[in-house]
Write a protein that binds this ligand. Structure first.
Ligand code: ZN
Length: 307
């Protein structure tokens, strides 16, 4: 099995996690968490989204969070956007990196948007132009490129079509997002190898939800294929409003711990992340799905035995 020397993590708990919580976190609390994540070593953080506040009230103050944090050298703070209005909000609040998203499910897209996924992506051209004119970086995400609850396994040709649509509008940073938590390691390994070989001009992110306990195996399978950029969520916070029984993203602590124990550098301090997760557990009033948060690190056990 191949493993990289170093990987880059993007903390998505503030967006993918908090958007699924009943509680709307106070803006000051979010600002404190962003600062805590930067202090823990994160160089990429998904701070929130510019969705319509009525659709996702938990993210309504994303603009204020960006304004409060400002620009921090060497740290990329990004937001998910649905459309051109999202680019405008990014411009207005000083956000310098945005991410679009499309579902790889043809049925899902036709039902919700009356468009194929490729047509959706082609429609993003105006967002790309507006972002570039404003000096904002733009990336794209493909939701359910492995499998969807509507159509089962996603054909590779479908994924290729969406990737090519993104490349056509000038987006070369692409995230493969297993929002349904249906991906399996062998499939992940094969699709990752396929896209790395076929589209060498692109930069890839992997985003796994642990809905069926397969997220860590999928991270390892993706690393084996040569992938080095992963989204994680502190405490495994998250879910998906469209997917029944969806669990959160793979937990940041668990991935950083795996990497620490395997000699893969992440630049993230697992203990600082665990402190943030414990704090958030208190604020939210419920537990979280993180093995390491529950059981502690391997090295903590060894230290305890030596007493
Ligand atoms: Zn997600």
């Amino acid at each position: 099995m191949k493993q990289p020397e170093k990987i880059t993590l993007c903390e998505v708990g503030l967006r993918d996690g908090l958007q699924n919580e009943c509680m709307v976190l106070p803006t000051e609390e979010k600002i404190g968490l962003v600062k805590g994540l930067i202090d823990a070593g994160f160089k990429v953080i998904e701070v929130g989204s510019f969705m319509h506040p009525k659709a996702v009230p938990q993210m309504a103050d994303t603009d204020q969070v960006f304004q409060a944090i400002g620009q921090i050298s060497g740290v990329e703070l990004r937001a998910l956007i649905p459309n051109l209005r999202g680019v405008q909000r990014a411009i207005d609040c000083g956000c310098k990196k945005v991410k679009l998203n499309v579902s790889a499910s043809l049925k899902h897209n036709l039902k919700n948007l009356n468009m194929t996924p490729e047509q959706s992506v082609a429609g993003f051209a105006a967002c790309v132009e507006a972002a570039e004119n404003a000096g904002i970086e733009i990336s794209g995400s493909i939701s359910m490129p492995f499998a969807s609850p509507w159509e089962g396994v996603t054909p590779v040709e479908t994924v290729d079509g969406i990737i090519e649509a993104y490349l056509n509008v000038g987006i070369t940073e692409i995230s493969l997002s297993d929002a349904s938590g249906m991906a399996t390691p062998k499939q992940v390994n094969a699709l990752c190898k396929h896209v790395l070989e076929k589209y060498p001009q692109a930069s890839w992110w992997l985003h796994f939800h642990n809905t069926r306990g397969m997220a860590m195996a999928n991270v390892i399978a993706a690393m084996d294929a040569g992938m080095t950029q992963f989204d994680t969520s502190f405490g495994g916070l998250g879910g998906c409003p469209f997917v029944p029984g969806a669990a959160g993203n793979i937990s940041t602590e668990d991935v950083v711990h795996l990497c620490d124990e395997s000699g893969i550098r992440t630049g993230v301090d697992v203990q600082k992340i665990m402190e943030l997760s414990r704090h958030l557990q208190e604020v939210l009033g419920h537990g979280m799905e993180s093995y390491v948060l529950r059981a502690g690190r391997n090295s903590d056990l060894i230290a305890a035995k030596q007493l």
